[in-house]
Design a protein around this ligand. Sequence first.
Ligand code: ADP
Ligand code: MG
Ligand code: MG
Length: 254
Amino acid sequence: MSTLEIRDLHVSIETDQGTKEILRGVNLIINSGETHAIMGPNGSGKSTLAYTIAGHPRYTVDSGSITLDGADVLEMSIDERARAGLFLAMQYPVEIPGVTVSNFLRTAKTALDGEAPALRSWIKDLRGSMEALRMDTSFAERNVNEGFSGGEKKRHEIVQLELLKPKIAVLDETDSGLDVDALKIVSEGVNRVKENTGLGVLLITHYTRILRYITPDFVHVFVDGRVVEEGGPELAERLENEGYDRYLTGSTVG
Ligand code: ADP
Ligand code: MG
Ligand code: MG
């Protein structure tokens, strides 16, 4: 049982126009086995929250805390965060030319575990995971994210989830750019990992569509750098019908 705890988190970035505060007091607690949806309009700071949890150097934590089972995440390097059990699926994953999916996954697994996985069971696990996501085995020999379609990028992330077995995963707009079939396959993958490993999930999304396939235990409405309302799955339904307008009292969030 793991707990990711975010307390009164304030985060800013440097822009050409000076320092800009983006997160303005975020509070969240995510336990193993729970799925939390963060829903908010574009520009509200959802990706900033994801990057801050992952340790992206661009984002400065001005105050507040992030802990995983009591350990100070903000003191950890990006590698240490991964070894501690945190996983970030980025909204825009980067290409890694010259590194195949197969090598990338095995290297990541070795770095996380401190030793290389036994070859035979590793190949079996990799094939099993790719099959479950309806991916051709030749995919393992392609370079990471190079020329991947939106759906392939997202499937690759679920393969990572399945093989790397993090404790808490942050999935940033995993639904974006997926057609319904791919969305179903990716969602099934997330649900399978949740069931098998007790993964805790922070599911960041603009649209409610993915929540039809991955049922959240908690929904947090995120506007202007903070959580403005919390509830259960019914809150997502309301957002689907009413949008975010009621939360945007004259602000310029677009
Ligand atoms: P969301 O994911 O909810 O769309 P983001 O976290 O991407 O929101 O962005 C929040 C705000 O911070 C936006 O106004 C965005 O323009 C700004 N922002 C985020 N990252 C950067 C950056 N690297 N440079 C300049 N502005 C940024
Ligand atoms: Mg505050
Ligand atoms: Mg975003």
